[in-house]
Design a protein. Structure first.
Length: 180
């Protein structure tokens, strides 16, 4: 098995230059972009993170770009977030308890976006950050998400401490019990 710290995050798409980041290079991003304690910004999450803004600044998004799509390592999950929200708030968690973020916790990189509509765009095992013109791939949309009877919870007063693996059953197979 490879070391948790051996990964390459690629920032590409509608950018002036594609940039690849490894664990060591993320550690060396200037402190003004580092978040020592993510739990101060995102309820239910912990660890050390880096502001996505630092990664995007290095890649220099093109003027017509307006979204950033975060892709998971397995290719199954993605979240497309407006560029402004990403620059203002998005964090990639890369460390917990002084060690690389383990895969069991969403490593090597886990997206967290404090406050706002994108708070549930919490993609685990991020390996690619794609800048796009227009919304990119997004698997986070769930039309039944805010119906507690179906989803099992509501966002009202919710702490967002769920993982969004989207493998849960929404109960579409229930019988209606009509008698004729």
């Amino acid at each position: 098995m490879t070391e948790e710290s051996e990964f390459t995050l690629e920032v590409d798409g509608a950018v002036q230059k594609s940039v690849k980041w490894g664990y060591e290079s993320i550690l060396n991003i200037p402190s003004e972009y580092q978040i020592e304690d993510v739990s101060q910004h995102v309820a239910g999450m912990s660890g050390k993170g880096v502001r996505v803004k630092a990664l995007l600044n290095a890649a220099m998004p093109l003027s017509h770009s307006d979204h950033v799509t975060f892709h998971s390592q397995d290719g199954k999950f993605a979240a497309s977030v407006p560029l402004d929200d990403t620059m203002d708030r998005a964090i990639l968690i890369y460390q917990r308890d002084g060690a690389p973020l383990p895969e069991s916790k969403g490593g090597p990189l886990r997206l967290a976006i404090p406050q706002g509509d994108d708070e549930c765009s919490n993609v685990k095992s991020v390996i690619r950050v794609e800048v796009t013109s227009g919304k990119g791939k997004d698997t986070t949309y769930d039309p039944f998400h805010d119906i507690p009877e179906i989803h099992g919870h509501s966002h009202d007063g919710h702490d967002h401490n769920h993982s969004h693996d989207h493998s849960h059953d929404h109960g579409h197979d229930h019988e209606h019990g009509h008698s004729h």
